[in-house]
Ligand binder design. Structure first.
Ligand code: SAH
Length: 485
């Protein structure tokens, strides 16, 4: 047995070439079999780094200097990309980011899923990227606090901390965020409204939530407050309501000493109680070329009403592409019964209902199901019904008691993937096709291994970049039931 001794100790300086990037976007380099993890270094860089923490055969090191920059290194648009917890790979050229994500999905399918390289060469399709991977988020929550001099600030938390870095101009958020945030800060200064202090539990304004409906242009501003009211609320309303796009202003009350941002109580200060957004199906040709064959008003879209607490996908441009792919993979003709598990507010369910005979959604959060039913009504969709509960409990129960049937099952689980009891029932139900939408390719690979060991064949795999500049990626997968002889 070879025993590695710690050849490196804290504060050692090293020079290393970055050969790979880890799942969190950290650069990985090797010296004599010893592995270094270096945040903010990108593939292809030669860097000087300082060892911060050394273990037996690996160490974490801090990037001190880029000696030779990688061909794929770019100047990040945001000055705070290193401190901020939001983006991990802004210094990597966007094309290289997409290649990194494709590779990550492929590696998980190879290593965890046990699929062969030949099969993956056949079934993997190129990642769907963004034309312009900035300002894509339709929702942002900015913490409010004070700097060392006691000035009011808003911005974002530095990675893994609750220290606020003052910056109202996030490169991923909409352009309207900045003037709205500046307006709220000015109102707070002029009216001596305090910021909440997590340590003491004192002070009023905790966060500012801004949401925008991309197709409607409507903007909702919600102040999350440690209390029920704010001083001079009318002045806040006066300045905010005159701003371009603002149609809804809220106070959300959160008096708990907690990391959870929003409280449960909402009050409309001015305007509408919801903003709206529309998701339109697109063809694969449109997705691939980035050119639309039809104007949005000539397509049948689904309209969603969004309130401060509603769940809604944060990147609407890519969500349309992701769900259009899911729709294509489902291969619907209008005759099918579809089960949409982990359905949230029914986004995929309603998208599919337009092309299926009947859709059933299952979701654990009751409010989301109430929203899903409302969304169905709003869009005059009558062939979609929804169940509240855990997919791994509702599905087996209904299968045992009512012998439910599916032509197609779609799943869109959270990062931990599907529970085995859910997969087991899916296999028993034996749908012709399974569409798996995943936000974590490691658990996706694990679940695909199970499904492919139990009668299914991997047909198509396509990553979609929902979260540019971060390490996260979505994947849409099509499985078909093997024809038994
Ligand atoms: N497809 C939806 C939501 C996907 S997010 C959309 O695009 O809007 C995953 C959803 O799974 C969340 O809404 C979460 O509340 C739900 N969820 C988490 N665990 C679950 C479980 N065990 N059973 C059913 N739903 C679950």
């Amino acid at each position: 047995m070879v025993i590695y001794m710690a050849d490196y100790a804290k504060n050692d300086m090293i020079t290393v070439t970055i050969e790979d990037m880890g799942t969190d976007g950290e650069g990985i380099g090797k010296l004599d079999g010893f592995t270094f993890f270096i945040k903010d270094a990108v593939i292809g860089d030669v860097v000087e780094a300082k060892v911060m923490k050394a273990k037996k055969n690996y160490a974490y090191a801090r990037l001190m200097r880029v000696i030779t920059p990688s061909k794929e290194r770019v100047e990040p648009v945001c000055a705070y990309h290193k401190q901020c917890g939001g983006c991990q790979i802004q210094a990597l050229d966007y094309k290289a980011q997409l290649a990194f994500k494709e590779n990550k999905v492929r590696n998980h399918l190879l290593r965890i899923g046990g699929f062969s390289a030949e099969l993956l060469d056949n079934v993997m399709e190129p990642i769907v990227g963004m034309e312009n991977p900035y300002h894509y988020r339709n929702k942002a929550q900015f913490p409010v606090g004070t700097d060392k001099e006691g000035n009011l600030i808003t911005g974002f938390y530095a990675g893994r901390t609750h220290d606020i870095i003052a910056n109202t101009d996030c490169a991923l958020g909409v352009a309207e965020n900045q003037p709205i945030l500046e307006t709220v800060l000015a109102y707070m200064r002029e009216n001596q409204v305090s910021a909440y202090d997590e340590k003491t539990g004192q002070g009023l304004v905790r966060h500012i939530l801004i949401r925008k409906g991309f197709t409607s242009g409507e903007i909702m501003v919600c102040l999350i407050v440690n209390g029920n009211t704010l001083p001079a609320e009318d002045r806040l309303v006066e300045t905010l309501k005159s701003m371009e796009g603002v149609t809804s202003i809220y106070i959300n009350t959160n008096t708990e000493n907690t990391n959870v941002i929003m409280g449960r109580k909402n009050r409309v200060l001015w305007g509408e109680s919801t903003i709206s957004d529309v998701i339109h199906p697109r063809t694969i040709e449109e997705i691939e070329s980035g050119k639309d064959a039809l104007a949005d008003q000539d397509r049948e879209g689904i309209t969603f009403a969004i309130s401060p607490l509603s769940f809604y996908q944060v990147n609407p441009v890519q969500t349309e592409k992701l769900y259009s792919l899911a729709l294509e993979y489902a291969g619907l003709t209008g005759e099918e019964t579809v089960w949409d598990l982990y359905c949230g507010i029914g986004t995929i369910s309603l998208f599919m209902a337009q092309r299926a005979k009947q859709v059933y959604g299952v979701e654990i959060v009751e409010q989301a199901i109430l929203d899903a039913r409302e969304n169905a009504k709003r869009n005059h969709i009558e062939n979609a019904s929804f169940y509240v509960g855990k997919a791994e409990e509702v599905l087996p129960h209904l299968y045992e008691t009512e012998h439910i049937f599916a032509d197609v099952i779609c799943v869109d689980p959270p990062r931990k993937g599907c529970d085995e009891a859910c997969l087991e029932t899916m296999v028993k139900m034996a749908p012709k096709r399974i569409v798996y939408v995943s936000c974590d390719s490691a658990t996706l690979a694990r679940d695909l291994k199970y499904l492919c060991a139990n009668g299914y064949e991997l047909k198509r795999v396509r990553p979609v970049d929902q979260f540019g500049h971060t390490v996260h990626t979505e994947v849409c997968v099509k499985l078909c039931r093997k024809i038994s002889l």
